[in-house]
Ligand binder design. Structure first.
Ligand SMILES: NC(=O)c1ccc[n+]([C@@H]2O[C@H](COP(=O)([O-])OP(=O)(O)OC[C@H]3O[C@@H](n4cnc5c(N)ncnc54)[C@H](O)[C@@H]3O)[C@@H](O)[C@H]2O)c1
Length: 116
């Protein structure tokens, strides 16, 4: 079986559409979201459209301990070839610099935590 794809912000606008498309392409999807700007009921709408409900965990992508636990449970690793997609830019984590993602400071800092 294909490894599942982790979609962060997966109950948000972009993330939920991404999940639907991935499931439509036959992939398993695991959604994490802290529900700061979305509702868990979105999972039902995803299920209605995609015909399957993605696995879900309410986790903040800045929560290293929770992410570590999840990755251990699911044996995901950055070198396994498992895909990870990120939806959502409204993270509210504060900025840490410029660069190409200068307009999206939350993305920068959250992605760093996530990748670590
Ligand atoms: N056309 C439409 O109907 C429509 C509707 C909504 C949004 N939009 C557009 O889409 C864009 C925004 O969509 P989006 O998907 O980026 O935003 P979003 O807010 O819909 O999704 C972000 C998701 O990330 C989650 N999140 C935020 N911080 C998090 C964190 N630290 N840890 C875990 N989860 C976290 C939120 O709870 C949310 O579910 C905007 O351009 C907006 O104008 C369009």
């Amino acid at each position: 079986m294909n490894p599942s794809i982790l979609v962060t912000g997966g109950t948000g606008y972009i993330g939920s559409h991404t999940g639907v498309e991935l499931m439509g392409a036959g992939r398993e999807v695991f959604v994490i979201d802290n529900l700061s700007n979305s509702k868990a009921s979105v999972l039902e709408r995803i299920e209605r459209i995609a015909g399957r409900r993605p696995e879900f965990a309410q986790i903040d992508v800045r929560d290293r301990a929770a992410l570590r636990k999840l990755f251990v449970q699911h044996r995901w690793s950055s070198s396994s070839g498992d895909g990870r997609a990120r939806g959502g830019r409204r993270s509210g984590a504060g900025g840490d610099g410029g660069g190409a993602l200068g307009d999206f400071p939350g993305v920068q800092i959250n992605s760093r935590v996530f990748l670590q």
